[in-house]
Design a protein around this ligand. Structure first.
Ligand code: ZN
Length: 67
């Protein structure tokens, strides 16, 4: 899970891959693996992945009955 901002090559279909040194040329793919769009059509964006929040399970107190 990444916490920092990184530079990604982003395809118009939504696919993205981290661009080493912020350069598309360093992504070792010529076309998008999802839709086949050539890398010259990709855009560079600085982004980070935001994971969904974990589900908080609510609880309650239970007192032991005194005898
Ligand atoms: Zn694509």
């Amino acid at each position: 899970m990444k916490e920092e901002w990184d530079i990604y090559g982003v395809c118009k279909c939504g696919w993205c891959e981290e661009a080493p040194f912020g350069r598309l040329v360093h992504i070792h793919k010529e076309v998008c693996p999802e839709c086949g769009t050539h890398k010259s059509e990709w855009t560079l964006k600085t982004r980070k992945w935001i994971p969904k929040h974990k589900i908080i399970i609510k609880g309650h107190w239970e007192d032991k009955e005194s005898k």
